[in-house]
Design a protein around this ligand. Structure first.
Ligand SMILES: N[C@@H](CCC[C@H](N)C(=O)O)C(=O)O
Length: 277
């Protein structure tokens, strides 16, 4: 234990396809209610802290669990598709929810419903919004990218090679007018029929090994390009599923005829402890 006079807090560490998070149980909001950007950055620091792409504060609000999500730089986002699946795994392991039933979890993008099936957890990310195109660029390369809103903003660029995105240390250039609050940028290649692979630069976290809402946005952009929409431009006439490979594993994204995006993949908690960070 650190030799510190400061208070100590329980934490957990988990990931979904290696998109990793520090979880902070704070059921009544009394422990971390003042969670500052500085503390989030300290917790997510991979050398001086616990390390993570983001923080999930676990709060009970009225009759609902609420995921208070923060990016590694301390900024707030509306939603996190992998984070909410890890959040559900934590609730199940602590006996706080019944895994045989749909699990509702509140987010800044409304209530999402999770289903647990053994190692796999599916998050209903809700309805996608397919918008226009604008340019994204990294040093030496520029592409037209599709704007897909998954509750949070995404720009999806189809590229010849995932290597063309470079080291992704810096945020790709993007259209500030289209994305006034920043954007998550996905780079995609085709791997086969209804099978793609992606890399991502996440707003507020840098390059991550996976992004659940990003996988959803990529699937939507690919399905639109593949002509999977119904003839009136609405959702697919029947459910369509894509395999989305990410550096940290594989996700399955289904666009239902009811216009819902379902994100399925593994989600695990790998450590529990206390910290004075
Ligand atoms: N990793 C997440 C997305 C986290 C939020 C994102 N960086 C943003 O700022 O919108 C996911 O799995 O969806």
């Amino acid at each position: 234990m650190p030799d510190s006079a400061g208070p100590e807090y329980a934490f957990l560490k988990g990931h979904g396809t290696e998109n990793d998070f520090v979880l902070l149980p704070d059921h009544d909001g009394s422990v971390h209610g003042d969670l500052s950007a500085e503390r989030v950055r300290a917790l997510c620091d991979r050398r001086a802290g616990i390390g993570g792409d983001g923080v999930l504060r676990v709060v009970r609000e009225s009759d609902l669990w609420f995921m208070d999500y923060r990016n590694a730089d301390g900024s707030v986002s509306e939603m996190c598709g992998n984070g909410i699946r890890v959040f559900a795994r934590h609730l199940v392991e602590e006996g706080l929810v019944d895994p045989s039933q749909p699990i509702p979890i509140g987010t800044r993008d409304g209530v999402k419903t999770l289903l647990v099936d053994g190692d796999l957890i599916t998050a209903d990310l809700g309805e996608p919004t397919v918008l226009g195109e604008s340019k994204v660029a990294v040093p030496g390369h520029a592409w037209v990218a599709r704007h897909v809103d998954m509750g949070n903003p995404h720009a999806v660029a189809f590229v010849d090679s995932l290597d063309d995105a470079g080291n992704l240390l810096a945020a790709p250039e993007h259209d500030e007018a289209t994305y006034p609050h920043g954007v998550n940028v996905e780079f995609v290649v085709r791997r086969g029929d209804r099978h793609v692979a992606m890399r991502v630069h996440e707003r507020g976290s840098g390059e991550t090994r996976s992004c659940g809402t990003g996988a959803g946005a990529v699937m939507v952009a690919a399905a639109v390009a593949d002509g999977a929409l119904s003839s009136d431009g609405g959702p697919p006439a029947e459910d369509v599923a894509y395999r989305v490979d990410v550096p940290g594993g594989t996700l399955t994204v289904t666009w239902t005829a009811g216009n819902r995006i379902l994100l399925t993949g593994p989600a695990v908690v790998v450590a529990r402890g206390v910290t004075d960070l």
